[in-house]
Design a protein around this ligand. Structure first.
Ligand code: GDP
Ligand code: IMO
Ligand code: MG
Length: 438
């Protein structure tokens, strides 16, 4: 480093930082790794995926669709990815959209255009599984209608058409990306849906060439990559408490964000995974309806929303906020078998006198230390809390675990103890450099 120019120095710092990232994230995570959301979504998955991506050849999405909103900061520039994997900013990464994802192609093309505008190379970097189901305008319309007809009982979906598209898939009447490759087959199948699809068909005709070149057998691509020694990072979407099987049904999404979804959603079995990281927020948030035992409607909830900027990345809705819930997080750890945790947004707890952690629920004379299935129990249970002292010191500039206030370290250790999983990374702010490795 010979220059005293401020801008050059900043870019040099960035470079050093990336060198650091490269020699560390991959070492910690292994060649084949996965990152999933351990709560109700928005835990900060996008940030860790972006940080680890420079050292991976392939970043793959497996489940969900444009209901996801994954935020990545590059300096002060903010990117929100809905369908593209969060490694999209790194030109050497190939991004795979697996068979388990429901793909709204216009949204995908828009996201690619944002990257193009930013001068990022996009040619040949994005692959869509020929087995992935396509999501159309009528799915979105149905989503809206279904929510409306549910009235008070609505799920509070993102209205991205996710439920109706998966419903078509499960009912065996979906249209897959592979169908797109034969224009006649595609148009015939879409018209057969009985909706007004002529405008869409026109759109797809205009964009045919761009879309066609992305559709491929990603099963073969991923397995050849595995066999050829390439590195793969799987990026989970949504959160495991929104899992159709293990979440707070019916207030869930229509896929399996849990670890099992990575296998069904890509065709790569779990035995290849070197490490699975659960992303866990230092408190809890949820968007949309459904039970939330540790939810707060007092000034602490307001503190979380304000300090944490808790507004949906996809819909802009204010997120509901509450204390860290060890009953929920232990359930999450058992369900997925995390090797390590990325505890995010620890900085948001700064300034609170007392920190509470939910450790058991009681309902109808019964004490639950595992997360129950019953929505009634979850809605009306009493939560038992433990209390820990907070801290006042600003921690967003801290870069070493040892430099955290003792009470913050104690909080992290308590999370590890309650979940039975080590904390590997700690987020102290939204920026790339605001991540500690433990
Ligand atoms: P995702 O869906 O899991 O990728 O998460 P979102 O992007 O929807 O929401 C997480 C929000 O928290 C984003 O605005 C991030 O920029 C921000 N964020 C991530 N990690 C941290 C952190 O450690 N501290 C703070 N203050 N913000 C963070
Ligand atoms: P990321 O990947 C937070 C929630 C919705 C709604 C329920 C069903 O950013 O963490 P859907 O549109 O999927 O039918 O909505 O699931 N939901 C999410 N909440 N983060 C997400 O994704 C979510 N994806 C779905 O708010 O309650
Ligand atoms: Mg999100």
């Amino acid at each position: 480093m010979h220059s005293h120019n401020k801008e050059e120095f900043a870019s040099y710092q960035q470079e050093c930082y990336f060198y650091f990232a490269m020699t560390n994230y991959r070492q910690k995570l292994g060649r084949i790794a996965a990152i999933i959301g351990g709560q109700w979504g928005d835990e900060g998955k996008g940030k860790l995926v972006d940080l680890a991506s420079p050292e991976y050849d392939i970043i793959a999405r497996a489940t969900g669709g444009a209901n996801a909103g994954h935020t990545v900061y590059v300096g002060d520039e903010k990117y929100i990815f809905h369908l593209l994997p969060s490694g999209a900013l790194h030109e050497k990464c190939t991004c795979v959209i697996g068979n388990g994802v429901v793909v709204h192609l216009p949204t995908l093309l828009e996201e690619i255009d944002v990257l193009k505008k930013a001068g990022i190379k996009t040619e040949g970097r994005f692959l869509i599984s020929d087995r992935a189901h396509l999501l159309f305008e009528y799915h979105k319309e149905l989503d809206g209608q279904q929510e409306k007809s549910k009235g008070e009982k609505k799920v509070g979906t993102t209205k991205r058409g996710i439920g109706p598209c998966y419903a078509d898939k499960i009912s065996r009447v979906g249209i897959r990306a592979g169908d797109f490759l034969d224009q006649n087959v595609f148009e015939k199948k879409l018209r057969a849906k009985g909706h007004d699809v002529e405008d869409e068909i026109e759109y797809y005709r205009e964009n045919r060439a761009r879309i066609e070149e992305m559709i491929t057998d990603t099963f073969v691509y991923l397995h050849e990559a595995l066999e050829g020694g390439k590195s793969i990072l799987f990026e989970g979407a949504n959160g495991v408490m929104l899992d159709i099987d293990h979440g707070t049904y019916p207030f869930v999404t229509s896929s399996n964000p849990m670890v099992g979804g990575l296998g069904t959603g890509t065709g790569v079995p779990g035995k290849h995974l070197d490490n699975l990281v659960g992303i866990i927020k230092a408190y809890t948030t949820r968007v949309g309806a459904g039970p939330f035992p540790t939810e707060l409607d007092d000034e602490v909830g307001v503190h979380f929303r304000k300090q944490g900027g808790e507004y949906g990345s996809t819909t802009g809705r204010p997120r509901r906020c509450g204390w860290f819930d060890a009953v929920q997080c232990k359930y999450s750890a058992r369900m997925n078998g995390y090797d390590g945790i990325n505890l995010t947004k620890l900085d948001v707890l700064t300034g609170l006198e007392v920190l509470k952690i939910g450790v058991s629920y009681s309902f109808d004379g019964k004490v639950y230390d595992s997360f129950p299935a019953s929505i009634e129990a979850l809605e009306d249970c009493e939560v038992e809390y433990i209390e820990m002292p907070g801290w006042k010191e600003e921690i967003s500039g801290v870069r070493e675990f040892d430099e955290l206030p003792q009470t913050a370290k104690d909080y992290v250790r308590k999370v590890e103890e309650l979940m039975g999983v080590p904390v590997w990374f700690i987020g102290v702010g939204p920026k790339r450099e605001q991540m500690l490795m433990v």
